[in-house]
Design a protein around this ligand. Structure first.
Ligand SMILES: [Zn+2]
Length: 174
């Protein structure tokens, strides 16, 4: 039975939708998403189902609860067909996917506890993976361009202090 763990706390819900990263893959990218679901629980249940064929390493609820679905050493299925700012394809191979619980209509705001939990999670990931060199969006990496729009209306200025390139919006400006 799923229960939100509470602000900044992490609970584990194992997803079957994962596999090994390619041998020698270096984790150097964080990809942000919005879930387009109505709750953290809905997303947790969706990723726990084999039939969904999707997953991410983490999902952050509106109260700052964090669910982890697989080890960051393994490959989650969040980016799909994708190319990053450096022209590298198959972004799942070298990235950590973080979903943010948000309906994705461009109106529902990301909450303050959610943004604070995200900040703490990214800080932890940078400590654990000093190789991380960019934070990007699903919208930016998804191919073809325009296939995804998430995380829609995310306040990117909140991540400036990490001093990393923030690659979001569309690669091909319209
Ligand atoms: Zn996404």
């Amino acid at each position: 039975m799923f229960q939100s763990p509470g602000f900044n706390k992490i609970t584990w819900v194992e997803t079957p939708n994962q596999n090994k990263r390619p041998v020698g893959a270096v984790v150097d990218t964080i990809v942000l998403h919005h879930t387009a679901q109505d709750s953290l629980r809905t997303t947790a249940e969706f990723f726990a189902k084999e039939s969904s064929k999707v997953s991410a390493h983490f999902c952050i609820g509106k109260d700052g609860s964090i669910v982890q679905f697989l080890s960051t050493f393994d490959r989650a299925w969040h980016a799909g067909v994708s190319t990053d700012a450096y022209g590298r394809k198959g972004v799942n191979d070298f990235s950590i996917g973080i979903e943010i619980d948000n309906i994705g209509d461009g109106k529902e705001p990301f909450t303050e506890p959610q943004l604070r939990a995200l900040d703490n999670l990214i800080a932890f990931l940078l400590f654990r993976f000093p190789t991380i060199k960019q934070i990007t969006s699903h919208e930016f990496v998804a191919e073809p361009q325009g296939r995804k729009n998430d995380p829609k209306n995310f306040p990117w200025e909140r991540l400036k202090h990490f001093g990393l390139p923030l690659n979001y919006g569309l690669k091909v400006k319209k």
